[in-house]
Design a protein. Sequence first.
Length: 334
Amino acid sequence: MRFIFKTLGLAFAVLALFAASILAWGHIGIRRTQPPLPTLEEVLDVDPTASLPVRLSYVNTASQRMPRSGVLDPALDSEPHLDYVMSHVSFLLEWQDGRIFSIDTGMDAEGAIRFGGPVEQMSGGDPIEPHKSTSEVLGQARSRLAGIGFSHLHADHTGGLRRLCRDLRSDAGRAASDRIPVYQTRYQLGGLNHTTRASKSQLREAECAEVEPLLTQPLIPVPGFPGLSVIPVGGHTPGSQFFVAHVRTMPGMSEGKYSDIETWIFTGDIVNHAAGIDKNLSKPPLYSWLVVPEDTGRLEVLRGYLKQLSEQKGVRLLVSHDQKQIEASGIPSF
């Protein structure tokens, strides 16, 4: 019996050491990824004569209600008990010629249930409520999907790709060889840890996706999609990035002109609640240290950067997981 206990103890120690080494490697990797940020002037620079996107909408693939202490450090937040609803969205940009670019793909129902269980246990929140997938909501508009980009490679942002590929295969008139470009920076292509490995494999195996590497610079235009750029940022995962979209507002009433241009910044998971930016509140420490190894110092820099951007005229932020903030932004669901 003593031998059995010793063996079990040794096995537990080996497993604990293995887990600790994976976590430590994740923290080392994320701290090595600190791409230079573009200036505010560079982010805001836009050619008003360019063929910019003319519509921005979103698809919310799942919702999960919880206290906001699940996503903001309760030691810093003055209102940790307030209600919060975590969304899992894809943002859709459309150009005048009908082309659609999807920022993230959300999840399908099966993936949402798998994802929501652990979140429910850790946060004390409600069970997750799956909605329709991005592919289901797009319907026949899938034929207009011309590009995809991921804020980072986590299952709740990439999981909808599987359903999308399946539906595209069955769409009438679409050739089996037709593939959708997925634009990735070198940080997203090369940066890998235990939290991104599954999504990276899924993307590699996706029959409908064709990876298109992007240039390496602080502000990277997405080729073929004027008005859309990427900022590599790190902090959350090695491949985390902001998308910047200069979107024309509603058409003017005369001569087909557009009345104005708004700049939208898609923040990914740098924060999960808009108050993280507004009040400079970090995520719960256990999350950043154990659940997803994050560079908390880099995240503070990025929160300040986003705050500065939000204070510029014509700039709006969209926080992927803050359902109430997205709804209050005024952008329509697709």
